[in-house]
Write a protein that binds this ligand. Structure first.
Ligand SMILES: Cc1ncc(COP(=O)(O)O)c(C=O)c1O
Length: 375
């Protein structure tokens, strides 16, 4: 059997990784400014994370959601406390798409409506409802196009109000900072007006924090920069530092009923300890503070790059926008300078998504190498 060939691959084979350094099968080291797509939040092979997972594996790795799992309760309590969202309840699943799928389903169950408002350049995942709210025709199959979704631009409150008053909308879904789309974000004013219109029209506001959550923006959730309160928040990526885990935070005013949501693997023992370890490291090592400080440092250093058009994003969810397409630059950075970076659907944006415990020395090295690659 061969692999189903859907991924265009860079010619690199990582075999080990520690902190911010990834090593390939030839012994070449790479600086990881991509975090495997914003997944590595506390660094590769963090000792506390590795120990917690190994210890748990020796006890019990999995049992189904038909029995008690106290680790889920511990996780919900700790997550509520650290994120400032204790007034939400947690549903655990396995990925970002699944988190958004369940969030959209909850909104539809609760309101009895089915149309969704999403935003231009959005990315919410590849499952049925999630991909329908993703602004990319190419990854929507005819089966996905049955969903009723309206795409709007950020920051146009008139267009938004004109849609929501029609009365058939169950949910508004948005990334507080767009990931794949290229780091655009709505203004605080727009966020607040959207929140109010959602309340007025019995529409659920879903904040997709799959990429921007778990401290990456310098606050636990990126929507917290705007002083709003979504009805539902979705999480994944940095949550498990590489262990596949996702979650849906559902405001406690929304009542659960048996069987409405469910999953075989979601919330398993290993996923819980992986996430608990991430939370413990975030807290103990002050990683949200580091993210803010290092994000500011990065933006300051970026001023030394004359070819740069502008910087985008917050914390360590950053973009460098050039006035040329960055595909070749990314290749140079990988093959010649040995640095991983990310691309975006905006082809002129280089995405920077390192682990949240990155240091100034790592960043200085990045800029030295970026300057060489650009020369
Ligand atoms: C904002 C956002 N939402 C959802 C997803 C989908 O997550 P997953 O690939 O874990 O299904 C992604 C993945 O890139 C994302 O960036």
């Amino acid at each position: 059997m061969k692999l189903f060939d859907v991924y265009p691959l860079y010619d690199v084979t990582p075999v080990s990784a520690k902190g911010i350094v990834v090593t390939d099968d030839k012994g070449q080291e790479y600086l990881d400014f991509y975090g495997g797509h914003a997944v590595i939040s506390i660094g590769h092979a963090h000792p506390l994370y590795v120990k917690r997972l190994k210890d748990q594996l020796d006890k019990i790795g999995f049992y189904s959601n038909a029995v008690h799992n106290p680790l889920q309760v511990e996780l919900a309590t700790k997550l509520g406390k650290l994120s400032g969202c204790s007034d939400y309840n947690l549903f655990l699943c396995n990925s970002g798409a699944e988190a958004n799928e369940n969030a959209l389903k909850m909104a539809s169950f609760q309101t009895g409506k089915s149309r969704v408002i999403a935003f231009n350049n959005s990315f919410h995942g590849r499952t049925s409802a999630a991909v329908a709210t993703t602004d990319n025709e190419k990854i929507n199959a005819p089966i996905n196009k049955q969903q009723k979704v309206t795409f709007l631009p950020f920051n146009n409150i008139t267009a938004f109000a004109n849609e929501i008053v029609k009365g058939d909308v169950c949910a508004v879904i948005l990334e507080s900072i767009q990931g794949v789309g290229g780091l655009d974000e709505p203004s605080s004013e727009f966020f607040k007006k959207v929140e109010k219109l959602c309340k007025d029209h019995n529409v659920f506001l879903i904040a997709d924090e799959v990429q921007s959550g778990f401290g990456r923006s310098g606050k636990f959730f990126a929507f917290q920069h705007h002083g709003i309160k979504p009805d539902i928040i979705t999480i994944a990526k940095g949550m498990g530092n590489g262990f596949p885990v996702g979650g849906v935070l559902i405001h406690e005013s929304i009542k659960a009923s048996y069987g409405q949501l469910g999953t075989t693997f979601g919330g398993n023992h290993l996923a819980c300890v992986a996430t608990l370890a991430v939370l413990e490291v975030l807290e103990k090592e002050g990683l949200m503070e580091n993210t803010k400080e290092l994000g500011d440092y990065f933006l300051e250093k970026a001023k030394e790059i004359p070819q740069l058009k502008r910087t985008k994003g917050k914390g360590l969810m950053l973009g460098l926008e050039f006035d040329f397409e960055v595909a070749e630059l990314r290749k140079k950075l990988i093959y010649e300078q040995h640095i991983f970076t990310g691309g975006a659907s905006d082809k002129n944006v280089l995405r920077i998504l390192p682990a949240l415990n990155i240091t100034k020395t790592d960043m200085d090295l990045f800029f030295e190498k970026l300057k060489i690659a650009l020369s």
